[in-house]
Design a binder for this molecule. Structure first.
Ligand code: CUO
Length: 744
C-alpha cells in the first residue's frame, strides 16, 4: 500500500526541493502505470493533509534534520516530547496517521525523531495501543547495519529487476562478525551479543514503551506501573547475561565505570552512519578519558560537565546511605521522604535514570539526568569540544548503545548503585515460608529427547550453535522513498549470523501437600557456576549474576504434579523468533477478522531475543546453576489484571502495556537481596547478653541456600557450543557431520 496526498499544492509546500518533487511525481506516474498493467497489486491510499499544520520550526531547531537523534540529549528529548504531544493531541487514529504522514515528509522533521515520537504515541494512546509496531531494524536498518552493508543494500534496491528470475539482486548480503572488528581484540569475542540486531531492537522498543516522559499519575494514558523498578531490573538482566557470555568466552566479568580515573578502557569503532541525516556515528579510541562535552556538531553548545555528573552521583549515594530522598513540592519547597520498602527501588530507578516527569527533584538529582548524562558524556568523549565536527558516538541512542563495550561499564555502575540500596533492605526469610510443597526435582531436557526424559543421557546438557536470520532491508525509510525499489516487491535481504539453541523443556515434579488445588508461581533463574579462575562462586557474588529464564503461573493439583515448561515460551523473550516483521504484520492485518485478532497476535517488539535465551557456553561445556523456586500464587497475584491487553510477550521485561506489572513481588525476587540465614548462637556466658544474640551468617553456596528453602531446587547444567551445528539438524536432535568432517 502506498500513500499519496490528495492535495498536490500542500504536497508541494511540504517537499522543499524540485528534485524531490520530480521523484515523487515520477513514482506516482510509475505506480499508476504498473497498477494498470496489472503487474503487481498495489493499493493506493489517498491521504488528506491535516486541516492545520502545527509550527514545526521549534522541533527543527531543537533537533535538526541533519543531526543523529540522541535520546538522552536534553534538546532532542524536548523535540521528542513536542512531536509526541502533537500526535497525542489528535482526536482519533485517522488524524494521528494524517499528521504523521505530513510530518514524515516535512523537511523540518528528523527521521529518527519521527519514528521515536510516532511509535511512542502509538503505544501510549488508548485508541492505538492495539496497533503492533514493526521491528525498528526494518524501519531504520542503518542503526543496525554497518555503512558498507547499507550502501550495498541501497545499490541492490536501486538495481532494475533482472529478467527471468536472475538471482543477481536476490543474493542476501551476509552480515557477520567480520564487519566490526577482528579476533585480535579480545572484546570482539562478544560481537554476537553486542551487535545482535534483536538485542538492540529490544533495547529500542523497551525505551519506546517506557519513555522518559511517562506521566506520573496512575490511570493517565501512558502511565507505566513500577517503571523505575523495571528500569533497574531489565538493565540488570542484560548486564548479568553479558557477564555470563564474557565468562564462557574466557573474559573477566565487565568492570564498572571508574569515577576516579574516568577512563573508558575499551575503544569502539562501529562503522555506522545515518542514511537519513548523512552523519557518521562517532568512534572512540581505547583509554579515552571522560571530559566535559561542550558542543555537539549540528546541535550547538551543550555544556555538560563531568563535575555535575559526580555531584549528582554523590547525592544519590547519600540518599541511599541516610535512607531519605529529597522531594520538590509544588510550591517550590523541599521535603525529605523515606527511601525504603517496596517502592524504594521504584523511586530510586526514576532518580537514577532521571525520567524528567518522574524524578522527585530534577535540580538536586540531575537537571538532565544522571544516567542520561553518562550516556551523552561517553557518546561525546571522542570529540568533546566539537572541533573535529564529529557526530555523537553510538552511546547516544538506545538503538545503538548496546554495541559499545562502554555501555556495560556504565550500566554496571548503575546496577551497583541499585544493589547498594537493596543491601539496606532486610533479607527474605524464605525458609520460614508456609507453602507446603515438596520438591521431587527438576531436570532440563532437550525437546527431541523428552520422551525418554528420565534416562536420557542428554538431560541437563544444553547446546548452542550458529544460525542465520534473513531480514528484509528494503523497508528502511530511505530505501522506500527513493529509486525504483519503491515500485517493486523485490526485497533486499540481509543475512545475519546469530547464536541459537535447540529448544528444551524444564521438567519439574512438585508434590502439593496442601490437599487442595493451589496456585503457584514457578520462577527459574540461571547463573554461571564458576568465576574467571574456575573457582566456584559463593552466593554473595553469584546472586548478582542470576538472570531470569522464565516465570510461570500454574495451578497445582493435590498430590504429585509433573510439569513441563518449554523454553520457547519464556517470560523474558519475544514470542516470535524475528519479532513483528512488516511481512508478518501485513499478513496479520489482511487476515484479522477484528481488532481482537490483532491484539492477540500483535506485539510491540519489546522482549529479549529467543535465540539468546541461553549463554553461548563453550566447546567443552560450561557449567551453570539452574535455580527454581515455587512461590505462593495467591501472594504473587496482582488484582484486576487484564492479561489479554496488547504487547503481552516478555512480561518480566516489558510488563503488560497500560496495565499493572504482573507480579506482586519485588523484581528479581529472591536474588535481588542479600541471602542470609539466621542462626542463633548458644550463650557462652550467661552474664553477657551479647553472646546470646542471634547472628546472621552469610550463605556459602547456592546448594547451602537451597537446602534451607524447601520450595526451591538447583540443578547443574552444562552448555556446549557446537561451532558448526546448523539449526535444522539441531532441532531434530540428530548428529551432524560438519564441513571439516567432525561428528558433533
Ligand atoms: Cu537503556 Cu542506558 O538505559 O540505555
Amino acid at each position: 500500500t502506498y500513500f499519496y496526498y490528495k492535495d498536490q499544492s500542500m504536497m508541494n509546500q511540504m517537499l522543499n526541493s524540485e528534485s524531490m518533487r520530480r521523484t515523487v511525481q515520477m513514482m506516482q506516474r510509475r505506480m499508476t502505470q504498473v497498477k494498470e498493467e496489472g503487474k503487481i497489486n498495489i493499493d493506493m491510499v489517498a491521504m488528506e493533509m491535516p486541516k492545520e499544520m502545527p509550527n514545526l520550526r521549534l522541533i527543527s531547531e531543537l533537533c535538526p534534520k541533519s543531526s543523529n537523534f540522541c535520546y538522552f540529549q536534553p534538546k532532542h528529548r524536548q523535540a521528542f516530547v513536542i512531536l509526541k504531544t502533537i500526535f497525542e493531541s489528535q482526536r482519533n487514529p485517522d488524524e494521528v496517521f494524517t499528521m504523521a504522514g505530513a510530518c514524515r515528509d516535512s523537511p523540518m522533521i528528523n527521521s529518527q525523531l519521527f519514528v521515536y515520537a510516532l511509535c511512542s504515541c502509538l503505544v501510549t494512546r488508548r485508541d492505538t495501543k492495539h496497533i503492533p509496531i514493526p521491528n525498528h531494524f526494518e524501519v531504520m536498518p542503518d542503526c543496525y547495519c554497518t555503512t558498507d552493508v547499507v550502501r550495498q543494500a541501497t545499490k541492490m534496491a536501486s538495481m532494475p529487476e533482472m529478467p527471468n528470475g536472475s538471482p543477481e539482486n536476490k543474493m542476501p548480503i551476509l552480515v557477520d562478525q567480520n564487519f566490526v572488528g577482528r579476533g585480535t581484540d579480545p572484546e570482539h569475542r562478544l560481537w554476537y551479543f553486542r551487535e545482535d540486531i534483536l538485542v538492540n531492537s529490544h533495547h529500542f522498543h523497551w525505551h519506546i514503551v517506557f519513555p522518559i516522559c511517562s506521566p506520573k499519575v496512575e490511570g493517565q494514558p501512558g502511565y507505566r506501573d513500577r517503571r523505575g523498578e523495571l528500569f533497574y531490573y531489565m538493565h540488570h538482566g542484560m548486564i548479568a547475561r553479558y557477564d555470563a557470555e564474557r565468562l564462557c568466552n574466557n573474559l573477566p566479568r565487565a568492570r564498572m565505570f571508574d569515577f576516579n580515573s574516568l577512563m573508558l578502557e575499551e575503544g569502539y569503532f562501529g562503522k555506522l552512519s545515518s542514511e537519513n541525516s548523512g552523519m557518521q556515528w562517532g568512534t572512540r579510541q581505547a583509554f579515552t578519558k571522560l571530559t566535559n562535552v561542550q558542543t555537539i556538531v549540528g546541535d550547538g553548545p551543550l555544556g555538560i560537565r563531568v563535575e555535575e555528573l559526580t555531584r549528582w552521583r554523590d547525592r544519590i549515594l547519600e540518599s541511599i546511605d541516610i535512607g531519605y530522598y529529597i522531594k520538590q513540592e509544588g510550591n517550590g519547597t523541599e521535603k525529605r521522604v523515606k527511601l525504603t520498602g517496596f517502592n524504594g527501588i521504584d523511586v530510586l530507578g526514576d532518580i537514577v535514570e532521571s525520567a524528567e516527569s518522574l524524578t522527585p527533584h530534577p535540580q538536586y538529582y540531575g537537571r538532565i539526568g544522571f544516567h542520561n548524562m553518562g550516556h551523552v558524556l561517553i557518546a561525546g568523549s571522542h570529540d568533546p569540544s566539537g572541533k573535529h565536527r564529529e557526530g555523537l558516538g553510538v552511546m547516544g541512542d538506545v538503538s545503538t548503545a548496546m554495541r559499545d563495550p562502554a555501555f556495560y561499564r556504565w550500566h554496571k555502575y548503575l546496577d551497583h548503585i541499585f544493589d547498594l540500596y537493596k543491601q539496606t533492605l532486610p533479607e527474605y526469610e524464605l525458609d520460614k515460608g508456609d507453602f507446603p510443597l515438596v520438591w521431587k526435582g527438576v531436570e532440563v531436557v532437550p525437546q527431541s529427547f523428552y520422551v525418554k526424559a528420565e534416562d536420557s543421557p542428554d538431560k541437563n546438557m544444553l547446546r548452542t550453535f550458529w544460525n542465520t536470520k534473513e531480514v528484509d532491508l528494503s523497508r528502511g525509510l530511505d530505501f522506500r522513498r527513493t529509486g525504483m525499489a519503491a515500485m517493486k516487491k523485490s526485497p533486499v535481504v540481509g543475512m545475519f549470523t546469530h547464536l541459537d539453541h535447540p529448544r528444551f523443556d524444564y521438567y519439574l515434579k512438585i508434590a502439593n501437600k496442601t490437599g487442595k488445588p493451589t496456585a503457584a508461581t514457578i520462577r527459574i533463574f540461571m547463573a554461571p557456576r564458576e568465576d574467571e579462575n574456575g573457582d566456584k562462586f559463593g552466593l554473595d557474588e553469584q546472586r548478582k549474576l542470576f538472570f531470569e529464564m522464565d516465570k510461570v503461573s500454574k495451578q497445582l493439583q493435590p498430590g504429585e504434579n509433573e510439569i513441563r515448561i518449554s523454553s520457547a515460551e519464556s517470560s523474558v523473550t519475544l514470542r516470535d523468533d524475528n519479532g513483528s516483521t512488516f511481512e508478518k504484520l501485513e499478513r496479520l492485518f489482511r487476515n484479522a477478522k477484528n481488532q481482537q485478532d490483532v491484539v492477540e497476535e500483535g506485539q510491540c517488539n519489546c522482549g529479549w531475543p529467543q535465540h539468546l535465551l541461553l549463554p553461548r557456553g563453550s566447546p567443552g561445556g560450561t557449567p551453570y546453576d539452574l535455580f527454581v523456586i515455587v512461590t505462593d500464587g495467591s501472594q504473587d497475584k496482582v488484582p484486576n489484571l487484564d492479561r489479554k491487553n496488547g504487547c503481552n510477550s516478555a512480561l518480566s521485561f516489558c510488563g503488560i502495556l497500560n496495565e499493572k506489572y504482573p507480579d506482586a513481588r519485588p523484581m528479581g525476587y529472591p536474588f535481588d537481596r542479600n541471602p542470609y540465614k539466621r542462626e542463633v548462637m548458644q550463650p557462652l556466658d550467661i552474664a553477657d547478653p551479647c553472646a546470646a544474640a542471634s547472628m546472621q551468617v552469610p550463605v556459602g553456596s547456592i546448594e547451602d541456600y537451597v537446602s534451607n528453602i524447601k520450595n526451591s531446587a538447583v540443578v547443574q547444567v552444562s552448555i556446549r557450543h557446537d561451532r558448526m551445528m546448523m539449526k535444522k539438524e539441531a532441532d531434530m536432535g540428530q548428529q551432524v557431520i560438519t564441513p571439516d568432517g567432525n561428528c558433533v
